[in-house]
Ligand binder design. Structure first.
Ligand SMILES: Cc1ncc(COP(=O)(O)O)c(C=O)c1O
Length: 367
């Protein structure tokens, strides 16, 4: 059996030709591929607007900026996420306030959000972690009652569905990442903001491009940044997007295979897919005892694994001066147990069987 990686990159002739075509065109920014990609991604998410940017982190920062998040504000975030969720809040000068997760699908615990709202709370960032959507209806109820904005962190959830609605269309604004290992990539760094709000979309377009409106060269209505996505990356994104639904189906098939295989295995806790969810399994994360020994066992058999994430964000040294100390029992206890195993769409049937059987053998061996 060859080495089995956590992710495989996809690059076919269509992508190579698209890159060459942009290169020879001489139009490297603000061109037809950005326009096309934005329209196509909006269609995919069923939203009115997509604003393509150069990373998921910058998509989050742009979303927060467009909502007016500023120093003195507090933003509720899960700690069980990639650190960019909290970093984006800090880079707007606001304070991340960490909430725990629920033990069913590892997304933000709605009752914990409630207990952490103060007069300074302006927004909440539910993260659709591992590609499983958050339970958005209760989040919306609280947001309406307390006048909070909702920014979906959909960086791991391209195509995930909540009661049939697509991630990216469920809050005031959403952020996506197209980092190489995501469900779709632009073959480099890239990201997008999505929204149904015309004003947010206009502001996001302007801030992305030095605070100027389309067609303006040296007239700037707002202080802005350069967050533009290059035409080469947008061209790659358009082709990847055409495959995304098929790839998500394959991820789901792999995930359901594992969940079926481990259904009687007391040593492996599999991720639940809540009845209203259609998860897209950016990661397939099991919870296990003896994790390091299992990791080594798999590694010796050529199977790569990952830990997403080994140290919860609220315990990271980087957060010390920017957030209040807090205890998050579920987040903290899961960090020592979680293990991501390969679930990507290019995984062969015999490879996923080999992975599942290797895990079973490991636990049979230590009985
Ligand atoms: C949940 C989450 N939020 C934000 C990001 C940031 O995206 P990027 O790496 O494209 O800046 C990522 C990507 O790694 C992520 O997984």
């Amino acid at each position: 059996m060859n080495k089995i990686n956590m992710a495989e990159m996809f690059c076919d002739d269509e992508i190579k030709n698209a890159v060459l075509s942009v290169l020879t065109s001489g139009n490297y920014i603000k061109g037809e591929n950005n326009i096309g990609f934005e329209a196509e991604f909006s269609g995919f998410c069923s939203v009115r607007h997509t604003i393509a940017v150069n990373s998921g982190t910058n998509a989050l920062i742009l979303a927060l900026k467009c909502l007016g998040i500023k120093p003195g504000d507090e933003v509720l975030v899960p700690s069980h996420t990639f650190i960019a969720t909290a970093n984006s809040v800090i880079f707007c000068g606001a304070k991340p306030v960490f909430a725990d997760i629920n033990s069913d699908n590892y997304t933000i615990d709605v009752s914990d959000i409630k207990s952490k709202i103060t007069p300074r709370t302006k927004a909440v960032i539910p993260v659709h972690i591992y590609g499983h959507p958050c339970d958005m209806n209760p989040v919306k109820e609280i947001a309406e009652e307390k006048d909070l904005y909702i920014i979906e962190d959909a960086c791991q959830a391209h195509g995930a569905k909540y009661y049939g609605k697509t991630a990216g269309s469920l809050g005031d604004v959403a952020a996506f990442s197209f980092f190489p290992s995501k469900n779709m990539t632009v073959a480099g760094d890239g990201g997008a903001v999505t929204t149904n709000n015309d004003e947010i979309a206009d502001l996001a377009c302007a801030i992305r491009d030095q605070g100027r409106k389309d067609g303006e060269k040296y007239h700037h209505d707002y202080p802005g940044l350069n967050l533009r996505l290059s035409e080469i990356h947008a061209a790659i994104g358009r082709i990847q997007l055409k495959h995304l639904s098929d790839w998500n189906l394959k991820r789901r098939e792999n995930a359901h295979y594992y969940s079926g295989f481990f259904s009687d295995c007391e040593n492996v806790i599999t991720p639940a897919e809540t009845e209203w969810a259609e998860a897209v399994y950016h990661q397939y994360v099991i919870r296990v005892k003896n994790r390091e020994k299992l990791r080594n066992y798999l590694s010796e058999r050529g199977v790569s694994t990952g830990i997403h994430y080994p140290l919860p964000v609220h315990l990271q040294p980087a957060m010390k001066d920017y957030s209040d100390p807090v205890s998050l029992p579920v987040t903290e206890s899961f960090a020592d147990e979680i293990l991501s195993i390969p679930v990507h769409p290019f995984l062969k049937r015999e490879e996923r069987e080999f992975i599942a059987k290797s895990i079973q053998e490991f636990y049979n061996g230590i009985k």
